[in-house]
Design a binder for this molecule. Sequence first.
Ligand code: PMP
Length: 395
Amino acid sequence: MLATMAENETLDYENVYKKSAKRFMHKEYLLLGGGPINCSDRVLKAISMQTLNPLSVDMHQLMDEIKEMTQYLFQTKNRLTLVSQTSGSGGNETIITNLLDRGDKLVIAIGGTWGERVLDMALRYEYDVLPLTKPPGEVYTLEELENAVKSHKAKLLFVTHGESTGGILQKLEGLGPMCHKYGCLLGVDAVVSIAVDPLFVDRWEIDAVNAGTQKAIGAPPGMCLLTFSPRAEQRMREKKMKPPYYFDMLRQGIYFDCFGDHTRMFHYTFSSNMLSAVREALAQICEEGLLEIWARHKRNVEYFWKRLDEIGYTCFVKKRENRFHGVTGVNVPEGISQRELIKFAKDKYDIEIAPGFGPTLNKAMRLGLMGTNSRPEMADYLIEALKDGLQHLKK
Ligand code: PMP
């Protein structure tokens, strides 16, 4: 009991010491679920570089390089483009809180768990939300979203591009100009779709985008990449309520020298090790080129779907045109336990598969071929594990 401890006594030391003496080690697995994915050796090496002072010129150079490569990644000239030290969820929260005041009208096109979570966030900030829903496997038409924006007089339409829980891809073309017709901004969760399916921020007139570092980008989790259009920036400057301090993009934008005043006023201490990992992962993206990356993901996942069909598995999303090319929902065959199949793939093949979540809960597993793992031989290996699992576990 703490209350009875003598002044020079501490909490149990023996047990803690014994635990720490046995270092945590685990086997290496292929991460073929909804993300994170495996980091390349280059990225792992980059994260172990010397930690930098957050005000040093080296740090500024790291930030500038990330900013420029992120503009390429997003296909944008937006000056307010940066990396933030919060995971994908924090990126979504950053978008809504930087663009809305309490009571402002927001339409959320929910496509699975991630949209539902944005709804949860939006209710906490007391926005006036119109949540839209669709049956699993279905996506929204431009007309449906236009009707919602118009009738709700929305100031922001929030859409999830790739949904890793339901395996769908929401088309974004046309949404930006439609929103702008009604004085509405368009915010997009591209946490998992980035560097998998095409995304053109400027061409498609998207006002705010959030991308995760841990999916096809191939850096560790915990950071996100963000960009805001000049329209979005103007909204930030005009709105009445300040966003949460940590997520304040106008403050963070100064630190990233987005506005050209060169003060680089410190916002909070960024992990230079994480930034270094993100820089290296982005460099690998730039070296391969987006056109090749998008084509590679499409080619390999289509090959995977064909092979799934051959071994008797079916996809959760029936319409091929609605399917996301990064994560596929795969129905668990009758007579098989999802838990056992996932365990089998892990124990025998060293593959980590994600169980169903949200729309796929208790229905389908989530299999991801993203980033470095989007390769034909990886698809073949996964197929081998699934086929073997089917034979072994079928009752
Ligand atoms: N949105 C989407 C589409 C995602 O796939 C995820 C993560 N799986 C998130 C948001 C949340 O990101 P994080 O777990 O990094 O907070």
